[in-house]
Ligand binder design. Structure first.
Ligand code: SF4
Ligand code: SF4
Length: 166
């Protein structure tokens, strides 16, 4: 069922509304680790992306931003024709877990029309978000619950999962 929301705040409210029920469901799923979970989630991932256009959303780029690897930083600096040291100075900080992240939100490379100016060179974490097409989905159930607050695709996938007989 398509998630209806207008603002990122509404997505948070929807996630909060079902929080206790979702925690209980995910706990059960974690215990069972159903073999068919990945196949079912991947199918739901593609169905959900038929309902949502990232260019109408960009919540992830506006509110959370990726963790960057050394390779991401090299690739982005090259894309922008900048020296790595200058790129680091301008765009990167180290967070409380000692990970490299962008200094600002929304992401400095997000355009007003939600296009990404470094799309071909975007960080690995941006390519992989929201992780609903990855293998061993049971390993990221808690993270996915957190991601429901940001991404309507994840909220839709988790809601659909609850309707299945596990
Ligand atoms: S939050 Fe989800 S739907 Fe929105 S832009 Fe990011 S990946 Fe796409
Ligand atoms: S690099 Fe591009 S895809 Fe990644 S957060 Fe920034 S705008 Fe979004």
């Amino acid at each position: 069922m398509k998630i209806e929301y207008k603002t990122p705040e509404e997505l948070k409210l929807l996630t909060n509304k079902t929080r206790p029920e979702t925690i209980a469901f995910l706990k059960k799923l974690k215990k069972k680790k159903p073999k068919k979970l990945d196949d079912v989630v991947h199918e739901m991932h593609y169905e959900a992306f038929n309902n949502f256009d990232c260019l109408d959303c960009a919540n992830c780029c506006k509110t959370i931003g990726p963790r960057l690897t050394g390779k991401d930083i090299e690739r982005l600096a090259k894309h922008l024709k900048m020296k790595i040291a200058d790129f680091m100075e301008q765009y990167i900080r180290t967070d409380e877990d000692s990970d490299f992240v962008f200094k600002d939100h929304p992401c400095p490379f997000l355009l007003p029309d939600n296009y990404c100016i470094v799309y071909e060179s975007r960080p690995k974490a941006c390519r992989e978000y929201p992780h609903t097409d990855r293998k061993r989905f049971y390993q990221i159930l808690d993270l996915s619950h957190k991601n429901c607050e940001t991404c309507p695709v994840v909220l839709e996938v988790i809601d659909e999962l609850k309707t299945k007989n596990w």
